[in-house]
Design a protein around this ligand. Structure first.
Ligand code: HEM
Length: 131
């Protein structure tokens, strides 16, 4: 079937699919490692970020409209519940968003999906606050 050129792409496709989500996640965790402002959340994560990178990649692929790897591997994300073991307040939320917003600015093409996803991620990060 020929695809209708007017059909809007989902953010996952619009950003460039898995390869770009992988670059985004890698840059995000590299920044978490490097930025002094991010130490407050870096120290909550395991020393080796390999597993964290894979989980965030899997989650974001599905959340952006691509393959549901996270759900296939781990079931329903229950993201807020999974973050309850970590004390997340405004400082931690803002440190997470600092890394994500910088990574998005460097990696993701600008366009209609970019701003929309930024707004949604800010909401999601705020929802993770548990103190
Ligand atoms: C608001 C500030 C946030 C902080 C401080 C934070 C911190 C953490 C920490 C410490 C972990 C455990 C590390 C690990 O499992 O490797 C984690 C796991 C995770 N985070 Fe966050 N996070 C935040 C927001 C978010 C947001 C907004 C998302 C989604 C876009 C997200 C997605 C995930 C995922 C998918 C996992 C793996 C969950 C699992 O399967 O155990 N996090 N986060």
């Amino acid at each position: 079937m020929t695809e209708n050129p007017g059909t809007p792409l989902n953010p996952f496709d619009e950003f460039g699919g898995e390869a770009v989500v992988r670059q985004l996640v890698d840059r995000f965790y590299d920044l978490m490692d490097e930025l002094p402002e991010a130490y407050v959340i870096r120290k909550l994560h395991p020393e080796d970020l390999f597993g964290s990178r894979q989980k965030l990649f899997d989650f974001l692929c599905g959340w952006l409209g691509g393959p549901q790897y996270y759900v296939e591997k781990h079931g329903h994300p229950r993201l807020r519940a999974r973050h309850l073991p970590f004390a997340i307040g405004e400082v931690e939320r803002d440190a997470w968003l600092l890394c994500m917003e910088q990574a998005m600015g460097e990696i993701l093409p600008t366009g209609r999906a970019h701003e929309h996803i930024l707004v949604k991620l800010r909401e999601l990060a705020d929802f993770m606050r548990n103190r």
